[in-house]
Design a protein around this ligand. Sequence first.
Ligand SMILES: *Cc1c(COP(=O)(O)O)cnc(C)c1O
Length: 458
Amino acid sequence: MSFKTIIEPFRIKTVEPIYISNASERAAYLKQAKYNTFKLKADQVIIDLLTDSGTSAMSAKQWAGIMEGDEAYAGSNSWQKMERVIRDLTGFDHILPTHQGRAAERILYGTIGGAGKVFISNTHFDTTRANIEYSGAEAIDIPVPEASNPAVPHPFKGNMDTEKLKKLLQVHGSDNIGAVILTVTNNSGGGQPVSMKNAQQVSEICKDAGVLFILDCCRIAENAWFIKDREDAWKDATYEDIAKHMFRLADGAVMSAKKDALVNMGGFLVLKDEKLALECTNLLIITEGYTTYGGLSGRDMEALAIGLKEVFRPDYLKYRIRSTAYLGNKLTELGIPVMQPIGGHAVYVDAKALYPHIPAHEYPGQTLACRLYELGGVRAVEIGSVMFGKYDENGKLIPAPLELVRLAIPRRVYTQSHIEYVIEVFEKILEEKDNTKGFKITYEPPFLRHFTAHFEPL
Ligand SMILES: *Cc1c(COP(=O)(O)O)cnc(C)c1O
């Protein structure tokens, strides 16, 4: 028997009150925040869909683990637990704890990067690209062509273009390749999954060329759900076995535990090669901490060890992926243009299609993010010309290719009625959409302007 209502596979033991503001309060808060949702205070927000990173709710077991955290400087019990869980899952011998994902990236890419090196990925996440470029190396994205068309569904839009990969390896020469990085799921590409077949092909190409193959495995459990659901050869495997198999194809992995390890802070780097692991360990000790804690407290490691097991539970993963799809599909039914198919951790709304009368230089994505907040207290983030726009020599905006707004879903935090509320806010968005006006920028810093820019309604 199967039921169509997806219930949250947990009961609530501790609650965090939400302040339910009214529309005129929110209008004032938004004005104070210069119409930039990053500048809102968290307690001014009703439903916070800014990010799924570090925003997970921990289980009673994880909180109990926090009390058991062993804070010994070297060789603590909590480290032993975390190491055991990671070794069992990834199969790698060398495990380096870090305070979050980008610390693992800085250590690895700082070691194998540098001027003249080239890194190739399905899509480099922004901190990945930043760490590679900071080392002096170059980062090249080669997603499959289907990835760039938001309206076309494809089961594995996160895949890497393997023909392009072979060509790039020839053009640059294996010796100049720092690593090939497969991001699962592909965060910047909309949380789209990577198939096992694609991972296998990438692995073989890298082996033949003698090139290092690294997994960016932040959302490997969510990716495993899509593989079991959409790739026939894996329909009878467990989610954990699918992830284990994928790790066995790689030479190492970096992880932000703030995603699929269900914790608020943490990360790690795992490697097969002993010599490379030793080099990275030296950097770890200089910048993060001793080898048995990295930048983490014992209690953080305890919670991480528990979370990395919990995330593979079938009832959890089903609820996770189906509830993200529920929001995406309901919005699509309403007539809101949404990127297809729905990814694992977020729903992306196409603001350019929603507001065809608002040109790129009046920022349709920023407009939608502001209207979502003012109408319903929902916080989302613009991923469009505010984030990625540039100026030409005459100061004219060169728009980003897409004007998106991301609704990222924190893990185990909101219930179905919270999501129903978000859908209702979108009904109001539709009612007023033809009369909605854009924004202009009144202040912007030279880099990463989306975090601190000021706006004014037109
Ligand atoms: C979040 C993320 C990172 C960086 O991790 P932090 O913990 O935020 O430093 C790297 N890669 C991907 C794909 C991510 O989603």
